[in-house]
Design a protein around this ligand. Structure first.
Ligand SMILES: [Zn+2]
Length: 245
């Protein structure tokens, strides 16, 4: 099944937090979007692999994804190996996305940093004909990085104003991971992301990046190379007047 955008995360819920608003917005515009979680999340403090799979399923429905997939790379052991590259290459070739989204390469969680490297290498390698996966070689048009815990100065910010409420619904589908009104704050295995403040921080961040582009909510993205603009007059339309510092 071909996709316009394919976002990779180490764990279920990573992509919802980092670029859920953008995926929801694009699905609403008629683009075909997909998510690949590299692991089943079995090392999480709260929730079993089975619970997380159900939550992943529900979040995918809320985001209107055309495809969602969990790979079997061991959680806590996302390593940049040839075997794992072949798994990611196979996903890229199966879905032939125009844009691949990977986690930012600086993060607190080693799985996130390794996922970033793994996806970056695989985006390139997927285009090499002599790497055999039984599929046609394919290289996506663009690789963009989404933000995790560490902030970067974005190459561009997507206006997610109309998708932000739905993004929070997708995140709340992970009942085992994030604060839920029915769950006591002092539930066993209290985690950083399980605190009630965590969801407020996500919303605050979306608001802060939105403010940078004159929108209510936004999600930041980073690319390593210069962005090509063929017609700067059309590109920098009237909405840009709000972004002059
Ligand atoms: Zn994660």
């Amino acid at each position: 099944m071909t996709l316009d955008v394919l976002a990779f995360g180490a764990h279920a819920d990573d992509t919802e937090l980092a670029c859920g608003g953008t995926l929801i917005k694009l699905a609403g515009m008629g683009y075909r979007t997909g998510v690949v979680a590299l692991t089943r999340g079995e090392m999480a403090t709260r929730g079993s692999a089975e619970t997380r799979a159900r939550e992943f399923e529900k979040a995918a429905q809320i985001m209107g994804l055309a495809s969602h997939q969990m790979l079997d790379i061991p959680d806590g052991r996302v390593e940049v190996t040839w075997e794992n590259k072949l798994k990611v290459i196979a996903e890229i070739r199966a879905h032939r996305p125009r844009i691949v989204v990977a986690p930012y390469w600086v993060d607190r969680h080693p799985d996130h940093e390794n996922a970033s490297q793994l996806v970056r290498a695989s985006v390139y390698l997927a285009g090499l004909k002599k790497i055999e996966t039984g599929q046609e070689a394919f290289r996506p048009g663009k690789l963009v990085f989404s933000q995790g815990r560490f902030e970067f100065s974005p190459s561009f910010v997507v206006d997610i104003t109309d998708a932000q409420a739905q993004k929070m619904n997708a995140i709340r589908a992970y009942v085992s991971q994030f604060h839920h009104p029915d769950q006591p704050a002092s539930a066993p295995g209290e985690t950083l992301i399980g605190r009630p403040e965590f969801l407020n921080h996500i919303e605050d961040r979306d608001r802060r990046y939105g403010a940078q582009i004159g929108a209510k909510y936004g999600e930041p993205f980073l690319v390593r190379e210069a962005l090509r603009v063929d017609d700067p007059v059309a590109f920098f339309g009237p909405e840009y007047r709000w972004t002059i510092p």
